[in-house]
Write a protein that binds this ligand. Sequence first.
Ligand code: GLN
Length: 281
Amino acid sequence: MELELRVKEAIKLAKENLKNAGIKNMQDAEFILANILNTDTAGLNSIEFMSKKEAKRFVKDIKARCKHCPLDKIIGYTDFLSIRIPFDKNTLSPRQETEILTEKIIKDIKGKKLTVLDLCSGSGCIGIAIAKATPVSVTLSDISKKANKIAKKNAELNGVEVAILTSDLFDNIPTKFDIIVSNPPYIKRRDLEVLEIEVRDFDPRLALDGGDDGLDFYRDIIAKAPEYLNNGGKLYLEIGIEQSKDVVKLLNKDFEDIVVEKDYNGIDRYIIAKKRDKNAK
Ligand code: GLN
């Protein structure tokens, strides 16, 4: 891509380059340039020219994106609802799909003072965004100490207090909660190699690998969650493509009011279920 100082023209050129490189999300050009020019994408409309130095950086960043380097690694962060999560190679980069799940929970909480466990919390994006938007008390838990260190930093950066536990799923969880949320690893092991480059080469394996059929974590979480949910407690899960039937089957034993919801691509992506009250007739 050649050097272009006119903002509109440079964006046009960058989009052509991204398209030729097979990058679907061409809006990335605007995000990258907005980051360089210290503005947001709407702010680009009022800037006509950039400096040579800025244009050089734009070319460099667009070239990196054309080589499938993820956007959050180039600009250094992902905005996730009302929080900002810096890129880190040890945690899964927050996804837009997960924003929707988190929004649903925030809406359901409706200002109530509940307790929430974010299981397999990684960067902490789900729990931290919930803690930012509601009066609940949030516990993050992940098997990875490295991830927990990052989650702690992310919580501080976003000005929220959360408890953080290192635990292999429920192994080290001492109490019950009103809500358990999890976006666990759910990719089938044999599919890991054919993931898009941005995911395959930049997200940690540990955050992706869901075992042979991709369902390992759901089996364990669903089997143990009732023990860690208060009466009437709810489990919120993000799931992978074509996993809803299997996960609902697993839930049928101890959960009721099971709802499957779609993401913005029309794919079954979220399951919400209430712990069944064993004493009810
Ligand atoms: N809970 C984190 C997220 O949703 C991490 C998920 C994971 O590592 N599988 O981004």
